[in-house]
Design a protein around this ligand. Sequence first.
Ligand SMILES: [Zn+2]
Length: 245
Amino acid sequence: MANYRDQGIVLRTYKLGETDRILHLLTQGRGKVRAVARGVRRPGSRFGGRLEAFSHVDLQLYEGRNLDTITQAELLAPHARIRTDYAASAAASLMAEVVDHVAQEGERDHAVFLLLRSGLQALDAEPADPAIFVDAFLLRLASAVGFHVFTDACAVCRTPGAHVFLSVKAGGALCADCAPTGTRAVDRPVIDAVALLARPGEWTVLPGLARDQPAARATAASYARSFAEHHLDRRFRAYDAVPRP
Ligand SMILES: [Zn+2]
């Protein structure tokens, strides 16, 4: 069995036996990894508190048939504030649940890794309203795995423009010609809010959206949830635990 080293973010942990824990990790090099940390729940464990949920760690592991085994762990970013705040912790749990669902074992996905890392960093910076980062994360994650939401062009015919029909199934904004009867029309600020949520890399602008456009944000948030759940084919259980203004 081979030893290897990789960076990973702890998605979730399960107790195993009296003193061990199973971890789901998103690694930089190997996609999702399921690994066991032996003795981690024993007082004075050599892992200390380094393998908590949402921690970004540098790991040594050896491969097993079903589970790899963690032999060393060094903290790169503990994201400790997230675990002390209920709303941030609920938001991070939702991010981890979505990533756990889409990530594949043995398939490196650098975009998803970077997105999760930046989303957790945003939550660790003590935001007043962690839910807005969840809204953004859902659309950005969907885009990273191939379901990009259209906001500047019709999702069907690709005609550019400020369209006002909005569809989950069709993948975003629709022009009047492509919108099936019954498609709902929304105020343009809603589509602008969806565009801002989906734009890669921007986290610091999100609190401003939450503050300045509460109505558009609320509609865009429920759209983001429906969009992600439809295209990723799963209802996210942790979503309802995230406090919303
Ligand atoms: Zn069209």
